[in-house]
Design a protein around this ligand. Structure first.
Ligand SMILES: *Cc1c(COP(=O)(O)O)cnc(C)c1O
Length: 461
């Protein structure tokens, strides 16, 4: 009891702590009020630990000052920071989905800190359009009549439905009532857009006759949704887009296609099977096609709408367009990403997601061997294993991509995985069969050295 009282009494006073010479620089950066609050919280925490019966609580001034400095330093870490993706999930939604190409990152950086031609026409010396360049590029690359861009694909679908079919029924197959990552669910988007969802068919089979029976006075549009993040297999039947388009047009009904992943090239070219591509969807005659900018397109977060000019023009005048518009950094990155597609080989080389998907297994294995060798030089035993990575981001959910992983030997994977997440550059790895694995598909060649350093920090700590 007495020891407890002694310990409590020996805790430093807050102002005494804040006067410590060793803290002054950190306090200057953090701000006096913030530092005082952090000091108060720290002392209170130590008090509670002592009251709880802990005896190993540091109470001397230098130790407590050291703890406070550590906390002030930590609090300066931004919440949004770069990480190394060693998960092998290429379009990792939680890790930012699509890393930008060098050209796209540079384009965004170039307009970030200064003024730009965001809404200025240099030829006329007057106000210009913020998206006309991008729209022209999209039309050229995808073979469509007109294009518009918004913040993300969820916004694209919402605005398209709201403009084209507000107050009317939109017919959707029961097999396509998609949920993407929790917040985007077709029935709810439909409700938000002011349309009435008319479900047809069953989960596994929807035939043209199901659409035929549902069409009536109240119908405003037909919507096809790509089942991005799941597949229905077995006894299945869906109505192909071309059939739906012919049927819709025979009834003067617009056909909307939410394509989701947005590959501008045939995905087979970078090793993906069973995913639709944008130019083919446009060619099939859908009146509006919507997709994300940061899935298989490999650009910034964006929602892209392509299709008939009359519909696109109406959508551009929708009051939500202003609320959903992209910012200049995203626009710069999107334009630079799209430019790469003029030469498809160049696009696959320069756009990180496409490169990661397209790279041959031998290249991934070579990268794994480099990491193993580098770790061996640091005295850390590791080996290369064969495994599978995933496309991710709600694309090709059933496709497994053969990959090479590096597994650490003789190390408890659970605490090591946690320590890696808290490293100076956080590393996100995966644990399988009780081993900590680094999938080399989603790491760039330039990142191998840094990864080895961080593993060293964590293993030797
Ligand atoms: C991913 C996806 C969306 C949502 O796109 P965001 O760009 O993430 O808003 C909508 N529909 C489908 C079919 C998708 O795959």
């Amino acid at each position: 009891m007495l020891a407890k009282q002694d310990l409590l009494r020996s805790l430093p006073k807050i102002d005494e702590l804040l006067r410590q010479e060793t803290l002054q620089e950190e306090i200057g950066t953090a701000g006096g009020a913030f530092a005082a609050e952090a000091a108060r919280a720290l002392i209170e925490e130590l008090r509670q630990r002592i009251l709880g019966g802990a005896t190993e609580v540091p109470t001397d001034l230098p130790s407590v000052a050291g703890m406070l400095r550590e906390r002030l330093c930590q609090s300066r870490q931004p919440g949004l920071r770069p990480v190394l993706n060693a998960t092998g999930v290429v379009l990792h939604t939680n890790l930012g989905r699509a890393p930008l190409s060098k050209a796209a990152a540079e384009a965004a950086a170039a307009v970030a800190a200064g003024y730009s031609t965001l809404e200025y026409d240099l030829d006329r010396g007057a106000r210009g359009s913020r998206t006309s360049h991008i729209e022209r590029l999209l039309c050229e690359l995808c073979g469509c009549e007109a294009a518009a861009v918004v913040n993300n694909n969820a916004a694209a679908v919402l605005i398209a439905l709201g403009e084209i079919a507000r107050g009317r029924e939109v017919i959707v197959s029961r097999g396509e009532l998609v949920e993407i990552g929790g917040a985007f669910r077709v029935p709810e988007i439909m409700e938000q857009s002011g349309c009435v969802l008319r479900e047809v068919g069953t989960t596994n089979k929807t035939r043209l006759s199901d659409y035929e029976r549902a069409v009536g006075e109240a119908t405003g549009a037909l919507l096809k949704v790509h089942t991005s993040n799941y597949r229905i297999v077995g006894f299945v039947e869906e109505t192909p887009l071309e059939t739906l388009v012919a049927f819709g047009h025979a009834h003067q009904l617009p056909v909307l296609y939410d394509l989701g992943s947005g590959a501008l090239l045939p995905p087979e070219r970078f090793g993906i099977h069973g995913e639709p591509d944008v130019p083919s969807a446009v060619k099939s005659g859908a009146d509006l096609v919507t997709f994300s900018g940061d899935k298989l397109l490999g650009g910034p977060q964006a929602g892209i709408l392509l299709g008939r000019k009359s519909y696109i023009d109406r959508i551009k005048r929708h009051p939500l367009m202003r609320a959903f518009r992209m910012d200049k950094l995203g626009l710069a990155a999107l334009e630079a990403t799209l430019l790469a597609y003029r030469n498809p080989e160049r696009a696959i080389e320069e756009i990180p997601n496409l490169r990661m998907l397209a790279q041959p297994l031998t290249a991934i294995e070579a990268r794994a061997d480099r990491l193993v060798a580098q770790l061996a030089r640091m005295g850390i035993p590791a080996e290369r294993l064969a495994d599978h990575s995933q496309v991710g981001g709600g694309s090709a959910p059933t496709q497994l991509l053969p990959t090479a992983v590096v597994a650490l030997r003789g190390i408890d994977p659970v605490p090591a995985e946690a320590r890696l997440r808290h490293a100076s550059t956080p590393v996100i790895a995966r644990i399988a069969h009780d081993r900590l694995l680094f999938d080399m598909r989603t790491l760039a060649d330039e990142e191998v050295g840094r990864l080895a350093e961080i593993i060293g920090e964590v293993v030797h700590a």
